[in-house]
Write a protein that binds this ligand. Structure first.
Ligand code: 3PG
Length: 397
């Protein structure tokens, strides 16, 4: 794919797709990680004489103008991150956008209103994409986290203008390639989360690619059911047991070692501080539910991880959002952080819940790379081509 360095941008308006889909409460940005991550790209464009005009979506307004989904509310956080004022245009196409863009000089930064206020964005409509393209000279895509969407501002535009990846997009792709494309082996994948059904493609792809697959969270229960283990009142998709068995068989054939809990933390209530006990996995009481992996499981995982060179992580190991069922996730995250610090492990993690869990464990700062992406990270791990990335390989005109 092409990068900023391949593009001639001196004196040109650079339409720059970023991901500003950040959490907002009462009109205030509560986590500006995604905003901070685009700053180097904006600076790089300015350093090359380009005038960055940011394009982004916010939430899912479904082609309608919805005031509570205006990008205006991220302007203060964006200005704080950039340390300069940002010119905001009330629309991303048409006269309003044109006038705002025309008033910008070298050194300025513009931001256009939510692209999803127009139905043409998600439809990847050619006329809408052309209206966006009319505003600028080149296109930079820095929104890896939206690259799984074939929308006008992620895919269509890249076909109309000379296009390249921004620095964040480049860093994301490099990190994922190091973790799963061309990794140092052995590779371990940790996959957690509630349901096998939502991560089926992921598990199927990973058993072909990694040496160790750790299955945690609610989906581990489904695998236990598949192995004939009683899981009491635990969350489990009993109708997915055959599918889970097929994944286990495939792993056997590919030489991927699957790690399931050997001991469990069970409780009778799903609430913070609920009375709980640690039991061997085969002894889950009928009236209890598994809410976390036990200490022996964590120790086995730590040992296997110590022998690995690469780790890719998506999904928590237990009900990490309520204490004390965050212990396995915390301990495993800390083990990964320690091995990374020691220089023996390349660790990459992604997905909203995962990043929250690693932050909670105090482990994220030590990870080699934390992706800003949720759905796109997952699709990449599933081995799918991301349309927003694929479009960046077109010839530079
Ligand atoms: C995200 O928040 O993961 C991206 O911005 C994509 O958002 P979407 O799921 O609404 O397309």
């Amino acid at each position: 794919f092409h990068t900023i360095d391949d593009l001639e941008m001196d004196g040109k308006v650079v339409l720059t797709r970023v991901d500003l889909n950040v959490p907002v409460e009462n009109g205030q940005v509560t986590d500006s990680t995604r905003i901070e991550k685009i700053v180097p790209t904006v600076r790089a464009i300015q350093a090359r004489g380009g005038i960055p005009v940011l394009l982004a979506h916010f939430d899912r307004p479904k082609g309608q103008r919805v005031d509570s989904m205006s990008l205006r509310q991220v302007v203060p956080a964006l200005e704080a991150a950039l340390g300069q004022p940002v010119t905001f245009a009330e629309d991303c196409i048409g006269g309003t956008a044109k006038r705002a863009v025309a008033a910008l000089k070298k050194g300025d930064v513009g931001l256009l209103e939510n692209t999803r206020f127009h139905a043409g964005e998600e439809a990847n409509d050619a006329t809408f994409a052309a209206s966006l393209a009319a505003l600028g000279g080149v296109f930079v895509n820095d929104a890896f986290s939206a690259a799984h969407r074939a929308h006008a501002s992620t895919e269509g535009l890249a076909r109309l203008l000379n296009a390249g990846a921004g620095l964040l997009m480049e860093a994301e792709l490099k990190a994922l390639d190091a973790a799963l494309g061309h990794p140092q082996r052995p590779v371990m994948a940790v996959v957690g989360g509630a349901k096998v059904s939502t991560k089926l493609d992921l598990l199927t792809n990973l058993v072909e690619k990694v040496d160790h697959l750790v299955i945690g969270g609610g989906m581990a229960n489904t695998f236990l059911v598949a192995k004939g283990v009683e899981v009491g009142k635990s969350l489990a998709e009993r109708d997915m047991a055959d599918t889970a068995r097929a994944i286990l068989e495939k792993a056997e054939a590919t030489g991927c070692r699957i790690h399931l809990p050997v001991d469990i933390v069970v409780a009778r209530e799903f609430k913070a501080g609920a009375e709980n006990e640690v039991l061997p996995v085969a002894e889950c009481p009928e009236d209890a539910m598994i809410l976390d992996a036990g200490p022996q499981t964590v120790e086995a995982l730590r040992q296997a991880m110590t022998a690995c060179r690469t780790l890719i992580w998506n999904g928590p190991l237990g009900a990490f959002e309520i204490e004390p069922f965050d212990r396995a996730t915390n301990a495993a995250a800390q083990a990964a952080a320690e091995l990374t610090r020691a220089g023996s492990l390349v660790s990459v993690a992604g997905g909203g819940d995962t990043v929250a869990a690693l932050n909670k464990a105090g482990a994220s700062a030590d990870f080699t790379f934390i992706s800003t992406a949720g759905g796109a990270f997952l699709e990449w791990m599933e081995g799918k081509e991301l349309p927003g990335v694929a479009a960046l390989t077109a010839k530079v005109r």
